[in-house]
Design a protein around this ligand. Sequence first.
Ligand code: GP9
Ligand code: MN
Length: 642
Amino acid sequence: MRNKQLKIPLYMLATLLFGLKTYIVYRFMFNIELENGMQELILFINPFVSAFLIFAISVWFKKQSRQMKYLRYTAFIFSFLVFANLVFYRQFTDFITLPQLFMGSNMADLGSSILTLIKPYDILLFADVVIIWYFSKKDEKIGSVQYLKRGKVFALAMSLLLLAGNFFLAEMERPQLFTRAFDREYLVKNIGLFNYHIYDLVIHSKAESQRVFADGNEIPEIKKYVDENVISEEKSDLFGAAEGKNVIFINAESIQNFVIGRDVNGQEITPFLNKLVEDEDTYYFDNFFEQTGQGNTSDSEFLVENSLYPLSRGAVFFTHGGNEYHALPEIIREEGYYSAVLHANNKSFWNRDGMYQSLEYDHFYSEDAYEINEENSVGWGLKDKPFFEQSIKYLQAMEKPFYTKFITLTNHFPFELDEEDKSIEPYNSNSNTLNNYFPAVRYADEAMEEFFNHLKQAGLYEDSIIIIMGDHIGISANHNRAMSMYLDKEEITPFDQVQLQKVPLFIHIPGHGEGEVISEVAGQIDLKPTILSLLGIEHKSDIYFGNDLFSEDRKGYIALRNGDFISNDYVSTAGMCYDVNTGEPIESEETESAEENDAETTFPCDEIEEKVDLELNYSDDIIYGDLFRFVDFGKEEKVEND
Ligand code: GP9
Ligand code: MN
């Protein structure tokens, strides 16, 4: 033992004190939700792991005085970081992120109220610093003691081992935690505040460096491509059909298209949506695909608001939440629209609070705007029925016309429902997920029917158009056995798998009278141009990759985020090209190459595949380079409908 006064090296004492303090802060001062014993364990371990990582570095300093100085200052700096996060948390119920630190408005809010956010007992957060300070000063006087190589290697090996152990547990508890970065609370809960800050720093620097090297030179090429290949010249017949109306968009959690018009145990799954299919005021798209990546709901939102593709890894809401966009809320604000999102979940989930500022939403009614208690919640939180009911007052008070997005929650994996909310029996298969999916979808269907009635009673229905869109699949390929049983198929082929990526889309225009079922291939990327066209807003200078769904002149294919696509004739997936009607693979064709008279193997899918790759790359370039900061989109024109 190298220290005569203390029985353990000071860096270890510092680890214990600092770890314990951080744990107490996590547990009692932040409001971190713990759902099971494993989460409790991880939360307990990670403060000590982080503290050890920080303080064990001290052994590498040769001089004793340097070691002690390092311990003193790091103890102070990291305690201050805990304190700063706590103050920030008291105001925003969120942890500090680098972009947020630099995003003026948030910090300005904090500045004015900072004194009310600091409590007298916060001083205790520095108690361990005082103890460490005391011993380090005492130790300094002992003279120069160096750690032996063995001690150094031990400290380093321990650090790495502890870190690996922590990450292993975290990955077990929440697979893909790092690539998907669900929520800051998840990150802090699983890897601790300090590792979270490092993660945030890495993500931020990567995004920044790609941004730094971009100069906007890429824009003309991209604009030329979209003008020639995507954006149609002709206005559709429905251009301006909903001019001046409110837009109510329902992002319907996990609703897939295969439930529409179907039964389970002889009971109708979606009676309300089925009625909508027949309704003369409703367009129903039965060949409409979700195009999300790892960002799930947030990716579907991204597609709808921007008509750009989400990223192939991570959630763009998180990784590029601070970019410049040219999204729906911004464009329609110029036409006098007020915009809001209503979603009864933690506002920082998927970094929504940050991203909605970039998309230029006027307001976000999150969890705090709702009365949520034991009785009216299940699974992920507030049930959809009370969610819609409690939202009506906000719509009534809202400036008109408005564009509002409702994000539902009850029909989320694992599709839990209270007994009293189950109107139909679960399915009976080896997959409880699929079994419980049906009653949960039915609940969502009833909730939407009730919402329509609330809108009518509140006098909001007539002046609004209502769009309902499934956000992404609810039943993954892990449940294919049960799924094939339900669909009465021998197996789910790669071709079927793509078909299962269909989600329903309804566009309901009260009083319109010309609704029909549209079966041309369509996707989430098409919503922005479709909504703008319905409202009679031209956006010719815009850059986007979807089509107005009512236009005759469309691309004719939908790219999925993994590079697969569906066209009106073909499906390309898993390296194969299928006939969209028969589901049969298409053989390659031997064709003469123009140049060398050599035989070349081509697939009819090749031509579209090239475009799909190009589009996905262009969209990625826009996001990674934050290219829209170089574009002056000008003022969008509103064109009178004639
Ligand atoms: C959470 C909700 C569900 O707020 O949007 O998210 P998901 O897991 O479907 O992306
Ligand atoms: Mn979702």
